[in-house]
Design a binder for this molecule. Structure first.
Ligand SMILES: Cc1cc2nc3c(=O)[nH]c(=O)nc-3n(C[C@H](O)[C@H](O)[C@H](O)COP(=O)(O)OP(=O)(O)OC[C@H]3O[C@@H](n4cnc5c(N)ncnc54)[C@H](O)[C@@H]3O)c2cc1C
Length: 498
């Protein structure tokens, strides 16, 4: 069988990539070795930047309706007293940042909503299909896939290893995965229980005796997390988990009714040496693993896929292959700093049993200013630079109806904003580029000045937004030769015939 893109792994990264490719009409195959979708809570926090991406993919509202806010943390002392504190340092939503805090939604519900979106686009993951080997040549990748029906070959132009921390794709490529073991092991489990209010996230103990029970929004479940000794077997049976809860909470007020999913894992922080080898790419946990303390893994995995999707589509459409090199350039650096941050938070959690997440974890300030795809002609003192996340803004349509800048990103196109332009566009229309004028008598009106303030716009300014919502070009001059060259190289093959 032939396809353009073979995606190995239907977790958060693989599903996000599949949705992005499906909406771009790219031919792909999404396989997973499991017989059925993963059913545990694992990554339960969706950060504001990821919500923005999910909005562009048409699933944010569905997820928000299915999940809910993070509750306060309740810390119990040995004498049974307790104090509450916020788990999240939330900020108010603003016109530039529409999501002020993370959403709590268990990973199996997040992935279920992604699968539903994929189905709406006419696709589904193929379960029970294990990637067992592959080779690549100048034109593509030949993959060996094993299923209950036997073995078959898939020929693809590119292979994406979104196959998790133990990535078969990474190992087959021989890509190193340096880093460190963090000498921490933990249990995570989803339970039904009685004897605890569902209004807060309950925490007991310090160091190796910690235990936490957090309600899981959108479900009747609690998620248990607790550190366990590095060595030796730990009793993960229902009775063993109930006994650990009794011992670490110091009482029998909590009755465990059922354990729906459980897992124990050792924590490490590792980053793949390379994200690309020829026609094969690594995305998500296949490229980086780290402790769950910062709530970053699923989010970073989704954002890897989001960075890669439009680039694969563009290169299949004729843009030069060098665009795909920017995937590693942009995303590996983001993962490297996220690894450090998650490890620092793990140290704080070990010492204080405390886990507070704020601005740094929301991923709104991540960007690619050093990327070769970022062209800034406005000067170093501008508050917003090429490569940064493009802020949202509340605008008005030509007849006064409310519009948001982010709704333009749902198209998956490049967007060129012309702020209060004095003349007709210099750049000719072409496929994949939307040219939008903003002004008093233009297509969109910046009636409240949100766009002017967020972008530092003056009349005549231009912002070119990438399909993934980062700023490609900022310039005062629409006739800038660098802008013209940027557009003709980035959208080279898509020129309109008119
Ligand atoms: C306790 C815990 C709490 C966490 N909390 C958070 C959190 O709050 N926020 C957050 O962002 N992240 C969190 N994470 C991390 C998050 O769960 C992962 O980062 C995320 O699942 C990575 O997604 P992925 O798609 O890259 O990989 P995975 O979800 O691991 O998916 C990989 C898929 O590849 C498939 N596969 C593997 N090998 C093959 C093969 N050879 N052939 C075919 N298919 C294959 C697997 O079956 C699997 O379905 C947490 C993790 C844990 C353990």
């Amino acid at each position: 069988m032939h396809t353009d893109i073979l995606i190995c792994g239907a977790g958060a990264a693989g599903l996000t990539l599949a949705i992005d490719l499906a909406r771009r009409n790219v031919d792909f195959l999404l396989i997973d070795q499991t017989r059925e979708p993963f059913g545990g809570s694992r990554g339960k926090g969706i950060q504001p930047r990821t919500l923005e991406i999910f909005e562009a993919l048409g699933v944010a509202d569905r997820m928000i309706a299915a999940g809910g806010r993070y509750p306060s943390q309740r810390h119990y002392a040995a004498d049974g007293s307790h104090h509450d504190e916020a788990a999240i340092i939330a900020s108010a939503a603003t016109p530039a940042e529409p999501y002020g805090e993370p959403l709590m939604l268990p990973q199996y519900l997040t992935e279920g909503i992604l699968r539903a979106r994929l189905a709406e686009l006419g696709h589904a993951p193929q379960y029970g299909q294990t990637l067992a080997g592959f080779t690549q040549d100048d034109d593509g990748v030949s993959a060996r896939v094993i299923s209950a029906d036997g073995e078959h070959e898939v020929r693809a132009r590119y292979l994406i290893g979104a196959d998790g921390g133990r990535s078969f794709v990474r190992k087959t490529l021989g890509v190193d995965f340096p880093g460190e073991s963090l000498h921490a092991r933990a249990v995570v489990a989803d339970l039904t229980l009685s004897g605890l209010t569902r209004e807060v996230w309950h925490r007991w103990g310090k160091g190796g005796q910690q235990i936490s029970l957090c309600l899981l929004r959108g479900t009747p479940l609690f998620q248990l997390q607790m550190p366990i000794p590095l060595d030796g077997a730990f009793d993960l049976s229902d009775a063993g988990i109930a006994a650990a809860i009794r011992e670490r909470t110091g009482g029998d007020d909590i009755q465990v009714h059922a354990v729906h999913w459980r897992s124990d894992y050792a924590m490490s922080a590792r980053l793949a040496e390379r994200y690309r080898v020829g026609r094969v790419f690594l995305a998500g946990d296949a490229a980086h693993v780290h402790p769950p303390t910062g709530g970053q893994g699923l989010n970073t995995s989704v954002q890897d896929a989001w960075n890669l999707g439009w680039k694969l589509a563009a290169v299949l459409d004729g843009t030069g292959d060098a665009l795909l090199d920017t995937y590693e350039e942009e995303r590996r650096e983001v993962a490297a700093s996220m690894l450090g941050m998650s490890t620092r938070l793990l140290d704080a959690a070990r010492e204080r049993g405390d886990l507070r997440r704020g601005r740094e974890q929301q991923q709104l300030d991540l960007g690619y200013p050093a990327s070769p795809l970022s062209l800034d002609e406005r000067g170093d003192d501008a508050p917003l630079r090429a490569g940064y996340r493009a802020p949202d803004a509340s605008l008005l349509g030509a007849s006064g109806q409310p519009r948001r800048l982010f709704s333009l990103l749902e198209s998956g196109d490049w967007i060129m904003l012309r702020y209060e332009p004095a003349a007709a566009p210099v750049i000719a229309p072409r496929r994949g580029l939307r040219i939008i004028d903003i002004g008093e008598h233009a297509e969109l009106r910046d009636h409240a000045g949100h766009l002017r303030r967020a972008y530092g716009f003056a009349a005549g300014d231009i912002a070119l937004l990438r399909p993934d919502g980062y700023l490609a070009v900022l310039t005062h001059d629409e006739r800038s030769p660098a802008l013209a060259a940027y557009i003709s190289s980035s959208l080279r093959q898509s020129s309109s015939p008119q």
